[in-house]
Design a protein around this ligand. Structure first.
Ligand code: FES
Length: 146
């Protein structure tokens, strides 16, 4: 069965982000947030630098599958330079998207919008949402620390 153009694009972009993840590593002087995927044990460690309510730097590390690594890379690109409110909104848009709900703001996710197809594979939704859930927790922590 031939792959559709969208499926081919999805596979190429996911593979590229997974092999050469953006913002991979750790930020010094920033409290880290660690989150596990309970279904497989994979873990993401997220560092988010926030200044004046804006994400001014972000990095991730850990052990994850192709989808979670690509999703983390895409997430860092999508939220860098965004306000906390904008980043929280993008995290919600992403969560809805991978559960099959369309949203006008999906295009603001950048490459992460290509993960919409994950909705067809329920067992991979947790992989795709792991980094975004880590982001939500990091943002909640920063708000409650104010
Ligand atoms: Fe563990 Fe995807 S299989 S995060």
């Amino acid at each position: 069965m031939a792959l559709s153009r969208l499926d081919s694009l999805y596979m190429a972009v996911v593979s590229e982000h997974s092999k050469s993840p953006r913002h991979h590593g750790s930020l010094s002087g920033v409290e880290k947030l660690e989150l596990h995927n309970p279904t497989c044990g994979d873990v993401i460690e997220l560092s988010v630098k926030i200044e004046d309510n804006v994400i001014t730097d972000i990095a991730f590390d850990g052990v994850g599958c192709t989808i979670s690594t690509a999703s983390a890379s895409m997430m860092t690109e999508a939220v860098l330079g965004k306000s906390l409110d904008q980043a929280q909104e993008l995290a919600e848009v992403f969560s809805q998207m991978v559960q099959g709900q369309q949203n006008d703001k999906q295009k603001e996710l950048g490459d992460a919008a290509l993960l919409a197809g994950v909705a067809k594979f329920p067992q991979r939704i947790k992989c795709a949402t792991l980094p975004w859930n880590a982001l939500k927790k990091a943002l909640e922590r920063s708000v409650s620390a104010e």
